[in-house]
Design a protein around this ligand. Structure first.
Ligand SMILES: [Mg+2]
Ligand SMILES: [Zn+2]
Length: 239
């Protein structure tokens, strides 16, 4: 890739920056029966509400904040990803944005453990906070009682990452010479559709985003596919 003066790297979190899915992992480690229940209910209950409900049930059965934090700290996270983003950030011309449908506590707990607390300029995700009792209280980013997003690309009710990305760009009024989007999921398709010809998507193989790209097409940006974080590190070294 050619060199640019200013670039924005947009990261999805689950299965993109991290090598697992935070919402599912925490329950797989601490309460597999709740993980099963979540799988059974996922077509009937909005996802963030379902995770919030699972966290309440976990709390009621005595699962502690320390246990949840520990589960997040041992979640697969490739050293090459930590190295790749750290080296790119040190180059001084790259701004990092996180766009995730996980939540602020899961993400910040992992970033702290990986010594990446200062990586992101902004983390756009569902808000969560620890209560005194040790309950992790999670809410949707978009209040279900208020106006919802207006996207018709097929984004889930709670979050349109395309609209979130455009709002970020408008807030910052910086002209990035290049945007590089790292993602894997079907909800990463909408923001990627909005990228320009000088932009790039690093799409993880064999998951929702790669399926939508091959089925629906319509991208103006360049596409590079990857399977392991070491390949993202390799690409980052050329940016
Ligand atoms: Mg993902
Ligand atoms: Zn959308």
């Amino acid at each position: 890739m050619s060199s640019v003066a200013r670039q924005l790297i947009v990261f999805d979190f689950d299965w993109s920056m991290a090598d697992q899915d935070t919402d599912r992992w925490v329950l797989e480690v601490l309460a597999p029966d709740l993980r099963r229940k979540m799988k059974d209910l996922k077509d009937d209950v909005q996802w963030t509400d379902l995770v919030a409900q699972s966290l309440r049930e976990a709390h009621e059965r005595g699962i502690t904040r320390e246990q949840i934090e520990n589960a997040l700290q041992i979640m697969p996270f490739h050293p090459a990803m930590a190295r790749g983003v750290t080296n790119l950030k040190a180059g001084g011309k790259t701004t990092f944005l996180c766009l995730s449908n996980s939540n602020s506590i899961f993400i910040s707990t992992i970033l702290k453990d990986k010594k990446l607390t200062t990586l992101f300029h902004e983390i756009i995700t569902n808000p969560a906070e620890w209560e005194e009792s040790g309950l992790l209280n999670l809410r949707r980013r978009v209040d279900p009682a208020g106006p919802q997003h207006s996207c018709d690309v097929g984004c889930s009710p709670n979050m349109c990452k395309g609209e979130e990305l455009e709002a970020f760009l408008a807030r910052h009024a910086v002209d990035f010479d290049r945007i590089v989007y790292v993602g894997d999921g079907s909800n990463d398709y909408c923001p990627v559709l909005r990228l320009r010809s000088q932009d790039l998507v690093l799409c993880r193989n064999f998951r929702g985003l790669s399926k939508r790209i091959s089925k629906q097409g319509g991208l103006k940006c360049k596409v590079k596919y990857w399977s392991g974080a070491w390949e993202v590190e390799e690409i980052f070294a050329t940016l």
